[in-house]
Design a protein around this ligand. Sequence first.
Ligand SMILES: Cc1cc2nc3c(=O)[nH]c(=O)nc-3n(C[C@H](O)[C@H](O)[C@H](O)COP(=O)(O)OP(=O)(O)OC[C@H]3O[C@@H](n4cnc5c(N)ncnc54)[C@H](O)[C@@H]3O)c2cc1C
Length: 444
Amino acid sequence: MHPIPTRARGIAALAHRINLTRWRNSHQFFFCASVSARNYHGSRDNTAAVVVGAGPAGIAVVGNLLEHLPADAGKITWIDPEFNAGRIRNYGQVPSNTKIGLFLEYARALEPFREIYEKSPKQNAIRVLEAMPKDETCSLGYAGDMLRQLTQGLAAHERINKVTAHVVTSERQSDASNWELQLQPPRKTEAETLGSVTSPMVVYCTGSFPTKMQLHPDLTKNGVEQVHLDTALNPPLLAKELVRRQDQDITRVGVIGASHSAVLVLMNLVKLAQTSRPDIRVDWFARSPHFKYAEQKDGWILYDNTGLKGTAAVFARTELDGNKLLTSEAGKIITRIDCSGGLEKEAATIRSRGLGCQYIIPAIGFTPRPIPGFASNNKPLFNHRTGAFEDHAGGLIKGLYGAGIAFPEQVTDPAGHTEYAVGFWKFMRFLRRVVPEWVAKEAR
Ligand SMILES: Cc1cc2nc3c(=O)[nH]c(=O)nc-3n(C[C@H](O)[C@H](O)[C@H](O)COP(=O)(O)OP(=O)(O)OC[C@H]3O[C@@H](n4cnc5c(N)ncnc54)[C@H](O)[C@@H]3O)c2cc1C
């Protein structure tokens, strides 16, 4: 175990008081640890920390809190509707943009993770990654399996209360010492509420979702269908979704954007057209014919977070970039539609050219999920250096923290570029720095 920072010991005293109340409900807590939300009745009592979200960031937060919260500080309540590797569960067939070695560094970064590995059966997901070449990339399915292994191990830990639920509100209690989170069952159809959980420390790791796009009404009126980015990143689902219409020889698909995800979607469409669906043609709506690539420098990576990497980078460089479409295999399927010249011109181009498409796939980035319970005009402001939140007057909001793709660290590279650090290993690196600070702050 990492040594416990001296100041952090204060939190033990705080949590001891909490425990006296919680003790009465200890049996209820015990049962809560592994049952589904359906059986999880009544309001919960105080807990030392609540982590919301079980993607790679939530898993890393739970591991770091186990290392840094003193053992007698009380339990960590961990909430997610699925406990299934976060958004990565949808991207099993997507090639990773990071190397296998970095997934392994994540899996080995913390003592609680190493203990899970030691206790796992010989055949396990981390072992599978270990047998693969560390400098290569892999399908994200392997990384998802590793996350599920860690999730299972953490959920079985005696200090974790796993709660299968959605958090729907977060409110400071009137004496300001605790947050109260209201819970609902994982399936929205179940009307019952699950009561609440209270804690002095809450960490939101609730991720981001593909940015939605309102198609021009003329497009929808003409039957142009929008395909969800998650579907487009899954080749079998994409093939099913793009139904060939009987009256048309060509199935024309518009792809909007030039992000990492957009390149992956273009790759999927080209492969589909080259194999089972020769009817597919693609209009690719992009502002520039050029891409930005991550570049390995001496001990650091230029555009580490915003440049293309891995398979997507190779495909963009060889098939799409600049004039490549004139001669590449992808150029037989894809036509680039120039969307430079500002937002108005772009919207007009998408409207006019989009009318010739049967399907449109927006791949225009990801939007952070808002923290439940805050009005959109009163959102707490995330401090990308500390992981804490501030109010609009610049004051610290006590006990509220964030991590992951929705709440990333801001980093500056040696060339002076500032970016948000997104990726399993980057979340871990950030959390190893800030979680001890959070625990110390809460102990004051
Ligand atoms: C296409 C793609 C490829 C990527 N490839 C890589 C890669 O190769 N390597 C890499 O390191 N990173 C990669 N990333 C980046 C990043 O690691 C992932 O986006 C990752 O899923 C983000 O983790 P997260 O934990 O922040 O959020 P998520 O994985 O989105 O997890 C959020 C969790 O919070 C839960 N949640 C949300 N709201 C609530 C609520 N109200 N109550 C309870 N629970 C809630 C969700 O159910 C979910 O389980 C990729 C991202 C994308 C989009």
